[in-house]
Design a protein around this ligand. Structure first.
Ligand code: BG6
Length: 510
């Protein structure tokens, strides 16, 4: 399964150049900017996807000179696996587009300074005053920045169009997300707001729709009649790294389930959209989230398991427990692992459990969606040596080692009648070569082009929080968890094995 037919049909070819604009990054001295955003913009520049006249303006409180800021970015680009093709000669050309403005998002006066900078630069370069604002600051600063944009009339001072990206997490519950949306709507219309979830920028995540709706053979069996259950896993071998301050406020449920996992669930379970267009796709994914059967506060212990990692060995290295990580309180009860059983209350999925599982410090990094089909009846094989048939499983490997495989039974050669299990495997790398755009590159590019298909819509975010809030409420009413409850380098707490085991199923090990 490794050949690519060059007659392939092209949907949404990405070749247009993004319009001239100022990409203004708030939080320019932070990790996200260095590790993800600049590599993404550099790649777009290198691929010729940006107009000659564009400006990337870093904004932060730190007192960098423009040269100092550029040097910091250069170091991070050169040594970053998200950067595709770093070359000094390209960097020199790219660096000419970078500026730095020292400003504090809490200070309205600094927004006037920023607007003046844009106007002056636009005149100097003969380019329009279009602005692409990117909030890459800690989430606690979003509200104040947006309120200051409103107070100072920033977008009114600018003559061109404006759009804004809000990084996840979008709020920490329904109430705060609604408030953030209200504040945003005081400055921007919905079509100017881009709520980012970088999972939607991954090629393999976009392929879920192509796989389901572009092939005649899967959709007819994609329902409760043929599917026994579905497992969605996002496993990370990394720990919380230096993000303890943020993570203590989030935990796995808010950090991974509320956004990435529910997006994967929505794409796996959605009805076919009427077109491959922003609103049509988002209409369908939002419908799925709205159809999830709520887990009530008093049902949490039946439907959710949580865990926190202790010290242990990961990839042959000794690592410390969560409570000993930087910026984490020594008696923290923040969950670094969570597993849930979810039902979607609609005609296609009623009764089919979706098991969602995510955790840090698990044995390996793997994101996948495993579709377990119903078992074939054994009656036919009763008088043979075969007393057990594994059910067919179809696995969409999102990362790493991107691909798809299907497991099915085949007769083991020989005189007796035995069934073995074999895999039919498709690998992205073998068929298509190196990956295309990185997730951030794709999303930044869409943001520049004004295409919001791969961004979350307001009602989608609300629906996700409506599902998550009763779980966090339920946790508050339960006895405090006994953490830590799994060793780093293992597949999570024992309770999680019992959780799925009592349904007569087991977790798939990727
Ligand atoms: C981020 C989370 O959204 O996704 C992190 O905040 C997590 O905690 C990361 O590590 C995982 O992303 P990826 O693309 O490496 O799977």
């Amino acid at each position: 399964m490794d050949s690519l037919n060059q007659d392939d049909c092209v949907v949404n070819e990405v070749s247009a150049k993004a319009e001239s604009a100022f990409l203004i990054i708030f939080g320019a001295s932070g990790n996200l900017t260095a590790r993800k955003l600049f590599p993404a913009v550099y790649n777009l520049f290198d691929a010729g996807r940006l107009e000659d006249k564009f400006c990337i303006t870093g904004v932060a409180r730190s007192s960098f000179t423009c040269e100092g800021f550029k040097e910091r970015i250069r170091e991070n680009l050169a040594d970053n696996q998200e950067t595709r093709n770093f070359q000094e000669s390209t960097w020199e050309k790219f660096a000419r587009h970078i500026n730095y403005v020292q400003a504090d998002g809490r200070n309205p006066g600094d927004f006037v300074k920023l607007a003046e900078f844009v106007k002056k630069k636009a005149e100097e370069l003969g380019m329009p005053e279009n602005v692409l604002l990117y909030l890459a600051t800690p989430p606690t600063e979003y509200e104040e920045i947006i309120l200051n944009l409103e107070k100072t009339g920033f977008t009114g001072m600018i003559k061109g169009w404006s759009r804004i990206v809000v990084e996840k997490p979008f709020g920490r519950d329904l109430k705060s997300a609604e408030k953030l949306n209200r504040i945003l709507s005081g400055v921007f219309s919905e079509d100017q707001v881009y709520r980012i979830d970088h999972y939607l920028g991954k090629e393999t995540v976009q392929n879920i729709m192509v796989f389901r709706f572009g092939n005649g053979i899967f959709e007819p069996v994609w329902n409760r009649r043929y599917i026994d259950h579905i497992q969605i896993l996002i496993a990370e071998s990394a720990g919380v790294e230096n993000r303890g301050k943020y993570y203590e406020q989030a935990g796995a449920l808010r950090d991974m389930v509320q956004n990435h996992m529910l997006q994967l669930l929505a794409l796996t379970a959605m009805e076919p959209p009427v077109a491959f267009e922003s609103e049509a796709i988002r209409d369908e994914t939002v419908k799925v989230v709205k159809s999830i059967k709520p887990i009530q506060c008093n049902q949490v212990s039946d439907y959710v398991v949580s865990g926190q990692y202790d010290s242990g060995m990961v990839n042959g290295k000794e690592v410390s427990g969560y409570r000993n990580e930087a910026f984490v309180t020594p008696d923290s009860n923040t969950e670094t692992y969570t597993a849930l059983k979810v039902f979607i209350d609609n005609w296609r999925w009623a009764g089919v459990p979706f098991y969602l599982r995510t955790g840090k410090r698990l044995p390996s990094r793997a994101t996948e969606i495993a579709i377990y089909f119903k078992q074939a009846p054994l009656l036919l094989f009763r008088k043979t040596d075969c007393n057990r048939i594994e059910s067919n499983v179809l696995v969409l490997r999102i990362q790493p080692d991107e691909g798809i495989f299907m497991r099915f039974g085949a007769k083991v050669p020989g005189p007796s009648f035995r069934i073995g299990h074999v895999d039919m495997d498709f690998s992205y790398k073998k068929s298509f070569g190196e990956a295309g755009l990185t997730a951030y590159e794709r999303l930044l590019y869409d943001f520049m082009l004004g295409d919001s298909s791969l961004f979350a819509r307001r009602d989608g975010i609300d629906a996700m929080w409506k599902f998550i809030d009763p779980i966090t409420e339920g946790w508050k009413n339960c006895a405090p968890p006994v953490f830590p409850n799994y060793k780093a380098g293992t597949w999570g707490p024992e309770a999680a094995e019992e959780f799925i085991g009592k349904d007569g199923r087991s977790w798939r090990i990727p």
